[in-house]
Write a protein that binds this ligand. Structure first.
Ligand code: OGA
Ligand code: MN
Length: 299
């Protein structure tokens, strides 16, 4: 079978058809998927019928799987394998969780622009989100092209960002979304980590901004100044011309390159509708400072 790649724009987001991800892939189909992925950064695979294991097996084609941080979260309903992140609004009984439940409050931070697991020492390379049920209204996911956003920066800003490192902290984005009630175990397991602010795609050779709402500060700058710079870059990268909004259909699998995109979920009525989404996440090869040979400025 030969896959069918339909670009949404010439450089960002493509739909992929004529492929069944539940089966082991023909090597040439996998090579074509990878080629499209490095080019378009977001791939949409409509109408896939996947078990949890088949979802994880497809993800493994891109590298080692990350463990979901719910592994040390006692509150999570644990409806799924520990390699799958629970992005659903449902409890163990498959009923919507209360809006003020811990899980739902923490999920609110997914509505802030971010890239996955940049708060981990080794961040995510790609995330693969699969829709089992979706609300008829709302609950879209938006993606921003951080390569196009980098290209559009002024030369002055590009020079300013050269070699800069930001600190990313899981608790920061949750705090921005109004949640601060972390356990000691969560605090200990999720310390702040450094990540470069500009990175280069190893396959595409394209530079991209690497920023997220997890950023607390930029090394070598006063905290407020660093935070303001991060906010400015996120605002720049998420302008309409860099953004694609994905309206989900049941059984869509969408994968995105966390190294060169930002994303956010949009709100929906979580008491009225179920939105059952599972996410497999593949780890990057190393912390970005190590990858790009940049050390944090002494303070
Ligand atoms: C994610 C995420 C947004 C959404 O799964 O990493 O941020 O729309 N999801 O559910
Ligand atoms: Mn996310």
């Amino acid at each position: 079978m030969t896959i069918n790649v339909c670009p949404v724009t010439s450089e960002f987001v493509a739909e992929v058809g004529d492929v069944d991800l539940s089966q082991p892939l023909d090597p040439s189909d996998l090579a074509d998927i990878k080629k499209a992925f490095w080019k378009y950064a977001v791939l949409i695979f409509p109408d896939q019928q996947l078990t949890q294991d088949q979802h994880l097996e497809f993800a493994k084609n891109f590298g080692p799987l990350e463990m979901s941080i719910s592994a040390f979260r006692k509150d999570d309903p644990q409806r799924m394998r520990l390699e799958l992140a629970n992005v659903s609004n449902l409890g163990a009984d498959d009923k919507p969780l209360p809006e003020l439940s811990r899980v739902r409050l923490m999920q609110k931070a997914n509505q802030l622009w971010h890239t996955d697991s940049s708060f981990k020492h080794v961040p995510a390379l790609t995330s693969l989100l699969y829709a089992r049920s979706i609300p008829p209204v709302g609950g879209l996911t938006e993606f921003a092209d951080a390569r196009a956003a980098y290209d559009a920066l002024s030369g002055e800003m590009k020079n300013r960002l050269e070699g800069l490192v930001a600190e990313h902290w899981y608790l920061k984005s949750r705090a921005k979304a109004g949640f601060t009630n972390f356990t000691d175990v969560e605090r200990e397991n999720l310390p702040p980590v450094p990540q470069v602010m500009v990175r280069t795609g190893p396959e595409s050779g394209r530079k991209s901004l690497y920023v997220a709402s997890h950023i607390t500060r930029v090394f070598g700058m006063p905290d407020e100044e660093g935070l303001a710079l991060a906010e400015e870059l996120i605002a720049h990268a998420t302008q309409r011309q860099f953004v694609h909004s994905h309206r989900w259909r049941v059984h869509d699998l969408v994968m995105w390159d966390d190294r060169c995109t930002l994303h956010r979920g949009r709100d929906f009525d979580g008491q009225r509708w179920s939105r059952d989404m599972h996410r497999a996440t593949v780890s990057d090869v190393a912390n970005t400072c190590e990858q790009f040979g940049i050390s944090v400025a002494a303070e």
